[in-house]
Design a protein around this ligand. Sequence first.
Ligand code: ADP
Ligand code: MG
Length: 236
Amino acid sequence: MTLLELDSVTASYGPVQVLDGVSLTVPENGSVGILGANGAGKTTTLRAISGTVRTGGRIRFAGRDIRGRRPDQVAALGIAHVPEGRGTLSQLSVRENLLVGAYMRKDRKQISADIDYCLDLFPQLRERIGSRAAALSGGEQQMLAVGRAFMAKPKLLLLDEASLGLAPGTAKTVYEAIRRLRIESGIAMLVVEQNANLAFTLVDTATVLETGRNVLTGTSAELKGMDEIRRAYLGG
Ligand SMILES: Nc1ncnc2c1ncn2[C@@H]1O[C@H](COP(=O)(O)OP(=O)(O)O)[C@@H](O)[C@H]1O
Ligand SMILES: [Mg+2]
């Protein structure tokens, strides 16, 4: 079953159109990558889904047309966005950030068990539970951003360059935890990455964007085998 479908989506900032017909589908429990160089339109594609940029075309989620809905309405339908640059609340503690993630939930009793699950997934956060987010390392902030999104109990997670600015070992740790989360929770994921090697550890299929359009779509195995992907995104 298809969970999310983008069909010929366009997006503009003021008069400047930056998406020129992006199409992709994320199956229920699936994980799909968006690859592409800087400025290709990856972040804007996630913003089009979240409702923070003006869009055209068709965006369907869980059987509903969601294009043009407000960000809070999109979130309420079960889409959690971990933005580029993480977006944790810097003056709040780790625990408070996780609780903020859960603010729309009705199943209040389950919340402390889910906080515990987050801290299992990211043991470094357990040691920093009372620290302000601003005092965390970049890797810990990324873990917290993912944990906060998980606390919303979404059906779909939008993940924007979770590896950006992290040391390779830290990025790998973060991706391993997200992979475990995917397997254990079944949350579907749409994963933007410039580091295709990392993306391929998490996604089943991916699409490559260039100047606001899809230029290639395939399974991770197919894409990994292509010379142009290796040259552009896999360092040889
Ligand atoms: N707020 C904005 N206002 C105007 N142009 C923007 C804005 N954000 C991004 N852009 C432009 O839109 C294009 C796509 O950007 P973006 O989606 O951020 O790409 P990516 O995430 O793939 O690096 C780029 O040309 C970028 O300069
Ligand atoms: Mg981006």
